[in-house]
Design a protein around this ligand. Structure first.
Ligand SMILES: [Ca+2]
Length: 327
């Protein structure tokens, strides 16, 4: 199978780690770079988390770039949620690498994205798993950046106005609404959106989760450790949160966007329509709006995923934790 060249832009929390492992396990993907952004943790923590994930999978050769430390606008933003712990990986890992900075590339993440998209014009799939700050900066530095991309997958936003960080907004978009706005107004490349509700409506069972993390591989043991004390992976803690809308289930958010990149057939149905991000509103700032009646008169439409082949998705997840491979 022809190799798909991929750049992963991430705010490496636990589900990013899972999604990245899926990319590393996919035989048809070649990960050119991992670019880091603030979000689930500080960008410094995100860099360290990525190095750790690559090391668990024995894939340290993939270059890691440090990117934006905060959103485009706003000083009073809440730096990160406690969703995946203060360090983004469940606050259970102790042996920090004092030399981590030396393992991060000197080039800024945004410059690296532009350089790679220019070098491999129209061949790169960009998978964005965190706030979209690096992407928004990339188009300001190089207005042709979106044209140079092959395709763009985004985990972020919502399609039913249900929020997970505010009443109406999803975390990645709420962390930097202006960047999400810029990307969805100006990125004219083929764009696929994995919304919060899409993930929640296509949840796997908690039994599946047990089977997933109890596999006898280093990657599975890592995932078991980082989820062990995390409320987002606790059946009990979710009862008053996500379950209120969607019922119980295990949801690995970012993995749905990565699965769509790895194998388009994991997406059974999607809605093709223009979208816009709400920037105002006391409750709706950061909310994604779907314009299904074309009222906004926009020329560019995106694909908003609506139905997942959960069986196929589950198989990709299961395979992704069977790492590293002995060659
Ligand atoms: Ca993420």
């Amino acid at each position: 199978m022809a190799n798909k060249l991929v750049i992963i832009d991430t705010d490496c929390g636990i589900d990013d780690a899972q999604a990245i492992m899926m990319a590393l396990a996919a035989p048809n993907l070649e990960v050119l770079a991992v670019t880091c952004v603030f979000g689930n943790a500080t960008v410094e923590n995100v860099c360290q988390n990525i190095l750790r994930v690559l090391s668990v999978c024995d894939r340290q050769g993939i270059p890691v770039f440090q990117g934006s430390a905060g959103p485009l606008v706003g000083v009073n933003w809440s730096p990160f949620s406690d969703h995946f712990g203060g360090d983004g990986l469940g606050d259970v890992l102790e042996d920090k690498d004092p030399q981590w900075k030396e393992k991060i590339q000197q080039e800024h993440a945004v410059n690296a994205m532009i350089r790679l998209a220019s070098k491999y014009e129209n061949q790169v799939s960009l998978v964005a798993l965190g706030p979209l700050t690096n992407l928004a900066l990339a188009i300001r530095l190089d207005p042709r950046f979106p044209q140079k991309l092959g395709e763009l997958f985004i985990m972020g936003g919502n399609m039913e106005g249900k929020g997970n960080v505010t009443v109406c907004a999803e975390f990645n978009f709420a962390m930097d609404p202006e960047s999400a706005y810029v990307v969805l107004e100006e990125f004219i490349c083929p764009t696929y959106l994995t919304t919060w509700e899409y993930c929640c409506r296509n949840a796997l069972t908690w039994e599946f989760f047990e089977e997933l993390v109890n596999q006898d591989f280093p990657a599975a043991r890592f995932m078991k450790a980082v989820t062990s004390k995390c409320w987002a992976y606790s059946k009990e803690a979710m009862k008053n949160k996500r379950d209120v809308y969607f019922g119980p289930g295990f949801v690995s958010y970012d993995s749905y966007a990565m699965a769509a990149c790895v194998d388009g057939s994991t997406v059974l149905e999607s809605i093709e329509c223009p979208v816009r991000v709400e920037l105002q509103g006391s409750m709706s700032r950061g909310m994604l709006v779907l314009d299904r009646t074309k009222s906004l008169k926009k020329s560019h439409a995106v694909r908003v995923m609506s139905k997942c082949n959960v069986k196929k998705f589950g198989r990709l997840l299961m395979e992704s934790l069977k790492q590293p491979w002995r060659k």
